[in-house]
Design a protein around this ligand. Sequence first.
Ligand code: GDP
Ligand code: MG
Length: 238
Amino acid sequence: MKEFEVYSSLKVPKNSKIIIRLDGRSFHKLASDLNLVKPYDDDFYKVFAEVCKDLFKEFSPLFVYTFSDEISLLFDKVPFDGRLEKLDSVIASFTASSFVINYDREFKKPPAFDCRVIPISDEDILPYFKWRQDESWRNCVNSHGISFLKTKYSNTEANDKIKGMNISDVHELLFENGINLNDIETYKKRGLGVYRKNKKVVGFNKKENKDQISYRSYVYTDWELPIFTEEFFDMVIG
Ligand SMILES: Nc1nc2c(ncn2[C@@H]2O[C@H](COP(=O)(O)OP(=O)(O)O)[C@@H](O)[C@H]2O)c(=O)[nH]1
Ligand SMILES: [Mg+2]
């Protein structure tokens, strides 16, 4: 009867890095059910940071990146021997469970994430993450813009107004009204990353009777990400 499982042999390409991107299902509804602070809810972000750490520790990706309700994981050693159904289902369900465990709230509906697998060549890693980071910035400007407009207009009018504006219009409008997006926290503009970093450890070498320096890697949550560059990924991926 194994032959009925027609998708079970689907695998990601061998010798390719992959990105897995998760996105919260109907999180606009979850945000309103939980009364999340608009435009950015600090507790919600802290929970996402914990979820990213859990994902990092469980599946050992090279890099995890998150903003809003989405998470991208970059793998070079692909788990589950690259089996697509395993990757999508286990990683999505693990993410949802981690979200619920880390977020001590009464949910109206069980939270879920969709999950997609993207094979990626080395030269496309930077463009991919730049694309998501640009989206994080657009999201930051727009969500601040809409929150501001809703203080002046009805919800419908505010939504209509923002549709006719581009990013720099919104930025300008906010600036004119005393809201300078350059002053807000970096993670709200650029997202948040989890990756391995080396820390210097000074030990004592008894034989040689002197201090000895070594490096130990640890999982680091970066709330102050730079604008992504080649150098950043050289540092993260090695
Ligand atoms: N209030 C609030 N909502 C958020 C926050 N982060 C994400 N969201 C919500 O999550 C949604 C994510 O966008 P998207 O995936 O396109 O919408 P979905 O299809 O409803 O999940 C946003 O539209 C917001 O409604 C936050 O910090 N505060
Ligand atoms: Mg979503």
